[in-house]
Design a protein around this ligand. Structure first.
Ligand code: URA
Length: 223
């Protein structure tokens, strides 16, 4: 790899594209033109977060999938369907959730007519992080929920191990209150129906714990 190429990879960042604003509308418009890393080249469009400023929760996924890339909206595919049903079971209201991804473009390889998901690299996750920071500043959630390892590592650092911290209240320089759980896609990929059922049950339990923890935070006296 040439030195120039190395430099351009190590300095990939969306920071220069992120306007200084807490308007979600303005951020969304600006994100549509983001060229902060190379992922925009093959994706159909930027998939920005959805929901209202002031929502108590931000849920953060990994990156848009094939359906989201075509639709331009986060979590509209099978993982989103599972997530919505699980939130409902856990008593988390859709209108209390702003939903987004750690990385805003779909990363994939083409195999015939299929586009196969590829996990984003650390450099792409870090490059995209100014958008997530701007969303957190604009929404001002009381709790940020990371779905899966990519979102968890984006918020908590590269060495963070999700399985060791499920149902724990965490804190990061990027958000005062963070909780982590699995990505709904991992449940869809379970080896059989029995495993899928167990994993889904545990996921709903995680979401119930997350909702209860937010309730506790809200009932704590303010200083
Ligand atoms: N998986 C994600 O992480 N995000 C989406 O928006 C859809 C699937």
């Amino acid at each position: 790899m040439t030195t120039a190429r190395k430099r351009s990879l190590s300095s990939a960042s969306t920071a220069e594209y992120v306007p200084e604003t807490t308007s979600l509308g303005v951020l969304r418009e600006a994100a549509a033109d983001c060229r902060g890393c190379d992922l925009y080249r093959h994706a159909t469009q930027t998939v920005f977060g959805e929901g209202r400023a002031g929502a108590p929760f931000i849920f953060v996924g990994e990156q848009p999938g094939d359906s989201e890339d075509q639709d331009g909206r986060p979590f509209v595919g099978p993982a989103g369907k599972l997530l919505r049903a699980s939130k409902q079971e856990a008593g988390i209201d859709e209108k209390d959730v702003y939903i987004t991804n750690a990385v805003k473009h779909f990363k994939f390889i083409e195999r015939g007519k299929q586009r196969i998901h590829q996990t984003p690299k650390r450099i792409e996750i870090v490059a995209c992080s100014p958008w997530l920071d701007a969303e957190i500043l604009a929404v001002k959630p009381q709790m940020v929920v990371a779905l899966g390892a990519t979102a968890a590592q984006s918020l908590m650092g590269a060495s963070f191990r999700l399985t060791q911290h499920r149902r724990e209240l965490l804190s990061s320089p990027r958000a005062a209150h963070v909780m982590v759980t699995v990505h709904p896609s991992s449940i869809l990929r379970a080896i059989d129906d029995a495993a899928r059922h167990e994993q889904r049950k545990a996921f709903v339990e995680d979401l119930k714990t997350i909702a209860a923890t937010l309730g506790e935070l809200r009932s704590e006296p303010r200083h």
